[in-house]
Design a protein around this ligand. Structure first.
Ligand SMILES: [Zn+2]
Length: 276
């Protein structure tokens, strides 16, 4: 059973197993506050994992704490698996962005917009940072006392972040959101998947560079005469294992839509792509 990693007396990270995208196998739950606790991303649908989180919260409650909020970053199944039942159990309201509320099958009690703050105790405050791109209603939660940010699926400590236009993904918004999180000057990032990221700026810059390089490869493939998805995939993702080209194709679609939006690429009626 996963043990909590105490990042600060008021910021605990615990990974619980979830049905997520390999190589990740778990989603981090963050418990913030000392007496008034917020539970960020209780995501596990598995009974034994839920019982472990319940036991941890029961221990905190026995020591005088109360659970005052359940926070969700975005609508994906590996992020919401225990939100509703946990909130019911502790009679705590669920917080999320309105675009997330519109995509989940449980009621969201409080909708959060960019900059909204949730005060806990001892100076622990969670501030919502609107960071769409991976998902339309994606929020990062910045803890103001420590500077630690729960980054959701904006970055990952293990595996990669999928930008899938078929599921509301938007590459242009995603790149803006990465830069935006950088300007919030977090001291550490807790991604939804994988270990804590201790050097946030380096990580965010690496993510932005990686996407820019990929865009460069897409443009190079177009320049070399590729016009259809299979040729563009072969050209721009030749460094990616063929087994995950089905995922790469979604990412390629996201890059092409960004380039179309910028007027640099045109999609012909017959589905071919050309540089403008
Ligand atoms: Zn996600």
């Amino acid at each position: 059973m996963a043990e909590p990693e105490v990042l600060d007396p008021g910021v605990w990270r615990v990974p619980y197993e979830t049905p997520t995208l390999p190589p990740a196998t778990a989603t981090n739950t963050l418990i913030v506050g000392t007496r008034r606790l917020a539970v960020v991303e209780p995501a596990t649908p598995y009974a034994t994992e839920r019982a472990a989180l319940d036991a941890l919260l029961t221990e905190r409650a026995a020591a005088g704490a109360e659970i005052v909020a359940v926070l969700v970053t975005h609508h994906h199944g590996d992020h919401i698996g225990y939100a509703f039942e946990l909130a019911q159990r502790w009679r705590a309201p669920i917080y999320a962005h309105s675009l997330t509320a519109a995509r989940v099958d449980f009621p969201v009690d409080v909708t959060l917009a960019d900059g909204d703050r949730l005060e806990l105790d001892d100076g622990y405050v969670l501030r919502a940072l609107f960071t769409p791109g991976h998902a339309p209603g994606h929020l990062v939660y910045c803890e103001e006392r420590t500077g630690i940010a729960y980054a959701g699926d904006l970055v990952a400590g293990i595996g990669t972040i999928l930008i899938d236009p078929a599921d509301g993904g938007d590459m242009s918004a995603y790149l803006d959101s990465l830069a935006r999180l950088g300007t919030a000057r977090p001291t550490a990032l807790v991604p939804s998947h994988g270990p804590v990221i201790a050097a946030p700026q380096e990580c965010l810059e690496r993510y932005i560079t990686h996407r820019r390089q990929r865009e460069g490869r897409v443009l190079a493939a177009l320049n070399a005469g590729a016009t259809r998805m299979p040729e563009l995939l072969a050209g721009a993702y030749s460094d990616t294992p063929r087994e995950i080209w089905w995922l790469a194709e979604r990412s390629l679609d996201a890059h092409l839509r960004k380039l179309e939006g910028e007027g640099r690429v045109r999609r012909e009626p017959d589905g071919q792509f050309v540089l403008t």
